[in-house]
Structure formats: C-alpha cells, structure tokens
Design a protein around this ligand. Structure first.
Ligand code: ATP
Ligand code: MG
Length: 426
C-alpha cells in the first residue's frame, strides 16, 4: 500500500469545512482592508530563498527541499526549491512586474496569498513538511508604524471572527542593520564563555548569525539564552521611536500586547517591528499561529528598488486546530446536505430526480439516493450523512406534487409543494 510521505497528510472532507471557513474569513478581512490576492509558483530559483530568507536562517540551512532540474538544453541544470515561505516570492513578483512603477508617493501595494509551503522539519502535532499559510504583505515607500497596527487590527478582527480569543500578541523591535552590528559583537562575547554548553545548531548560529540562538527550541539552550543581553538596550534612536509609535497605535486601537525582547523571529530579513500571535490554549508546543514583521531592504537584497515592507503569515493547519469545538461543530454541520430525498418505487425515483434538480437550481444542497431502500433504511442513511431534512416522495406524492418534508432533528413532518420548500430554505 502506498501512503503519504512523512510530514505530509491528506486533508479529508470531514475537516475541509473548517479550512473553507478560515479561508472565507481571511478573504473577507483582506477585502475590507484593501489587500488583493496574488498566486506565485510553488517552485522558485533556490537563490531567491538563500538571498531572501537568509543563509543563516534554519529554513535555508536545513529545511529546504532543493533539487537540480536538468533540462536537456542546459546540462549544468538549475537549482530549484519548493517554497518554504512566500514573502520572498511576493517581493520577487513585486520587482519583476514593476508594481511600484506607477506608485504616487506613499501609495502602497497590498497583497495576500494562500497556499502550501514546504520545510523539512521533524514532523509533530502542528508541524508538517507540507503546511499551509495565509499571508499578506504591504509594500511601498512608507514605513509608517500605523501600517503595522492596521495589519494587526485586521488579524485581531479575523481571530475574533473565528472565535479564537485566547491568544497573546507578542511584539519586539529588532532594530536596523547598524543596531544589529553593534549588538552582535556584545552578544557573541556573552555567549562565548558558555559556548560548550550550547547545542550543535547554536554553535553554527554563533558562527554565522548569533542573533539566531534566540530561535533555539532546545531546553538547555533556552536556560542559557534567558541570561543573554537582549537587543532592546542596543536599539538605535530611530528604531526606538518607531517602536514607541507602533505601541501607541496599538494602544489607540485598544489592542493588548506583551513586549518580548528575546523574540527575534526565524528569518534574516526582519528589521524593526517583529510580532507573533500565540494561542494560550489548545495547541501544545506548536502554539505560534501568526508570525510577521517589517522587512525594509528585502527588495534591495533581491535586486529591486528601495522598498519598505511589512507582512505576516499564519499557519492554516494550526488555526484549524485552534478553532473552538463549538465553532468547528457548527461549520461541519453547515457543510452537510440540507435535504436527503427518499424515493419509494421506480416512478417516484424518476420524479425525485426532477425535484432534486429544481431544488438545487434554487440553491439548496440536495442528495439523491440511487438505490432501492425501505423507508426506515433510507432515513437511517439520511441521518448518518447528517442531512437536516428528508424529503419523502412515494406514489401519492408523485401524483399530488406535494412532498413530505421531515425535519430529522425535530422529527416533525409537513406536506409541501416545491415552491413552498424553496421558500422555506430561502
Ligand atoms: P515555528 O517557530 O513554529 O517553527 P516559524 O517561525 O518557523 O514557526 P514562520 O516562518 O514565521 O514560522 O511561519 C508563520 C506561521 O506558519 C507559523 O506561525 C506557523 O503557524 C506556521 N508554520 C510554520 N512552520 C510550520 C510547519 N512546519 N507546520 C505547520 N505550520 C507551520
Ligand atoms: Mg520554524
């Protein structure tokens, strides 16, 4: 038997109503806040990520699915990677299509995406090798912290709409490149004496980009890391001011947050504002549902014009897990058929097909039974399929054009003509 490969999974029909719900709420939020959808390829040149996400990130270092595509005309082949995230792709597209070309000053390009990402991670609950992200990016020449607060306000609306309320917004500023240069010198000095006690990955981080030790999830390292100096004390004046304004914009919107100085985020491209939203319950160890931040300069790194950027991505897999049970149950129920037609006898069955067509054309979700079944068995099947109503069509009903609509939850039944049924479901 051939099965799914490690870290990947089938999203089965029983769960899909929850995915649809999250996607629908996200699209609605994006519509209200002026984001337009973009769909970029799942494969990109490896260089896009090694440059865009950064050589010192865990993603580029050990999590990418990369292969050489040897086209016949090109013997050397080209290195291709399954996208591990989508910000680099969106910025690539922004540059490639010169979306900035007709911008007036302060004009923003607001884009969102939904799709699968691929990382070779150790699979566990809430962590997969193919997982799904919904993300958004704001690109342009403005780095106004009000943009950041507006994006977080949209996420706040979005989580509220999904009834995911037990969450915490964590924020930090990681400064700009100059802040980081000075800070890194001191950070390395602070790590050095205990370097032996850090894990192997942290040794690599220490050598390439010491800031990344803050991403380490190893228990022993976490204890050491908690004693390291944070970037907060080293922030340059402009970043400090930017962060203060950002917090003021959140305060003005009544959005609560916790400043978490050791949160630096796992990608190299972040500058200044970084944030995460974590679920306080229900998700166990993999409890970060949203990650995002500012990435001024990413465009330049990818060969584009000077551009400011701010964005986020949330994990759909984890949001599905975080949906409260009552919300999940009502979404599953909404996806069930509204009417299951029970037809008794050949003539009734032929007529039932015409009735089904009428009802479906009026927008009602109808299931037709193609096999010969006794009433009791048919009703049991309707129940098993979670249909809310059964419509009973026998010889008499076929002749009178009035059908028995049975509410399966309440057990009540009434005799109705097709127009009356349609009116009832309108
Ligand atoms: P983590 O710290 O959990 O590894 P990350 O910092 O690598 O997260 P990002 O790259 O910021 O995550 O991605 C944003 C969101 O995408 C995460 O908050 C999470 O919800 C989701 N996500 C990331 N990696 C995975 C994965 N392997 N499986 C499922 N969801 C994921
Ligand atoms: Mg990760």
């Amino acid at each position: 038997m051939i099965q799914t490969i490690r870290g990947t999974r089938d999203i089965l029909p029983e769960e899909i109503a929850l995915w649809h719900r999250i996607e629908a709420v996200a699209s609605e939020g994006f519509r209200r806040y002026g984001f337009r959808e973009i769909r970029t390829p799942i494969i990109e040149k490896t260089e896009l990520f090694s440059r865009g996400v950064g050589e010192s990130s865990d993603i580029v270092n050990k999590e990418m699915y990369t292969f050489t595509d040897r086209a016949r005309e090109d013997r050397a082949g080209e290195s291709i990677t399954l996208r591990p995230e989508c910000t680099a792709s969106v910025v690539r597209s922004y540059i490639q299509h010169r979306m900035y070309a007709d911008h007036s000053p302060g004009e923003l390009t607001k884009l969102y995406y939904i799709g699968p990402m691929f990382r070779r991670e150790r699979p566990q609950a809430g962590r997969y090798r193919q997982f799904f992200q919904v993300g958004a990016e704001v690109l342009g020449d403005s780095d106004d912290p009000a943009i950041e607060a507006e994006v977080i306000e949209m996420l706040d609306w979005f989580l509220g709409e999904l009834k995911i309320t037990d969450t915490t917004l964590l924020i930090n500023s990681v400064g700009d490149a100059t802040t980081r240069g000075d800070y890194l010198v001191g950070l390395r000095e602070a790590i050095e004496p205990d370097l032996e006690s850090y894990c192997e990955d942290c040794h690599h981080r220490y050598a390439t980009n010491a800031l990344r030790v803050f991403d380490c999830k190893n228990e022993a390292c976490r204890a050491l890391i908690s004693r390291l100096p944070t970037i907060t004390e080293s922030l340059d004046e402009a970043s400090r001011e930017h962060f203060a304004q950002f917090r003021a914009h959140l305060d003005a919107r009544g959005i609560g947050y916790t400043v978490r100085p050791e949160m630096v985020r796992g990608l190299d491209y972040y500058t200044r504002t970084a944030f995460e939203i974590v679920a306080n319950s229900g998700l166990g160890a993999q409890n970060t549902i949203v990650g995002g931040g500012r990435y001024d300069g990413l465009s330049e790194t990818l060969g584009g014009p000077p551009t400011k950027g701010f964005g986020f991505a949330f994990g759909l897999d984890r949001l599905v897990m975080a949906l409260p049970e009552s919300e999940a149950a009502s979404r599953r129920a909404a996806a069930a058929p509204e009417i299951f037609i029970v037809s008794l006898g050949d003539e009734a069955r032929a007529h039932a097909a015409l009735v089904a067509r009428e009802l479906r054309r009026a927008g009602i979700a109808v299931l037709l039974d193609f096999s010969e079944r006794k009433m009791k068995k048919a009703l049991a099947l309707a129940d098993k399929l979670h249909a809310r109503h059964a419509l009973i069509i026998g010889e008499n009903e076929t002749a009178s054009r009035r059908y028995g609509l049975k509410n399966l939850a309440e057990g009540t039944q009434e005799s109705l003509a097709i127009d009356e049924i349609i009116a009832k479901f309108a």
